[in-house]
Design a protein around this ligand. Structure first.
Ligand code: FES
Length: 167
């Protein structure tokens, strides 16, 4: 047995100790950076996410006859942080002479849902008697402005609206 194999009272090499401390510190820092950075990115990423247009499919084109306003239902999805909030919604769609129009289903007075009356050829609001033409203009009652329009497009025989954007 070599006498240098077991030397309990011999001091450790200070350079080796310094190197190991530096190595362990560096590894700890690297692990903290990776875990902390990815965790921080995960929590902050919704704030950085760019807002994209969310066109919503509301129905086939043949569900709307020329000149007859139709109320089409859809499910509105909205991101709230990491949650997707779904709520039933609707839109009035009119097609005349090849032009498509989509109306916000809420009256511009105080937001009541209105309906189409085919016999009067007008949108009627039950809350305070607001009346709108098929073009969305105010005929009578307290509404201060025409019906709000949503951007609308038709692609491949399907109607899409952009509910967040008022046209
Ligand atoms: S909310 Fe429609 S007329 Fe008042």
């Amino acid at each position: 047995m070599c006498p240098s194999d077991n030397k309990p009272n011999q001091p450790e090499n200070p350079q080796r100790r310094t190197f190991l401390i530096a190595l362990i510190t560096a590894m700890g820092g690297f692990i903290s950076f990776v875990l902390g950075g990815s965790g921080l990115f995960y929590f902050l990423s919704p704030a950085w996410r760019s807002k994209k247009e969310d066109w919503v499919e509301v129905g086939p084109v043949d569900s709307v006859k020329e000149g007859d306003p139709v109320k089409l239902d859809y499910v509105k999805r909205k991101m709230d942080g990491w949650n997707v909030i779904e709520s039933p919604s609707s839109v009035w769609v009119v097609q005349q002479k090849g032009e498509w129009v989509a109306y916000d289903p809420h009256c511009t007075h105080l937001g009541c849902p209105y309906r189409w009356d085919a016999s009067k050829q007008a949108f009627l609001c039950p809350c305070h008697g607001g009346v709108f033409t098929k073009d969305g203009n105010v005929v009578s009652g307290p509404p201060p402005k025409p019906l709000n329009r949503f951007p609308v497009k038709v692609e491949g025989g399907t109607i899409y609206v952009l509910p967040e954007g008022i046209a």
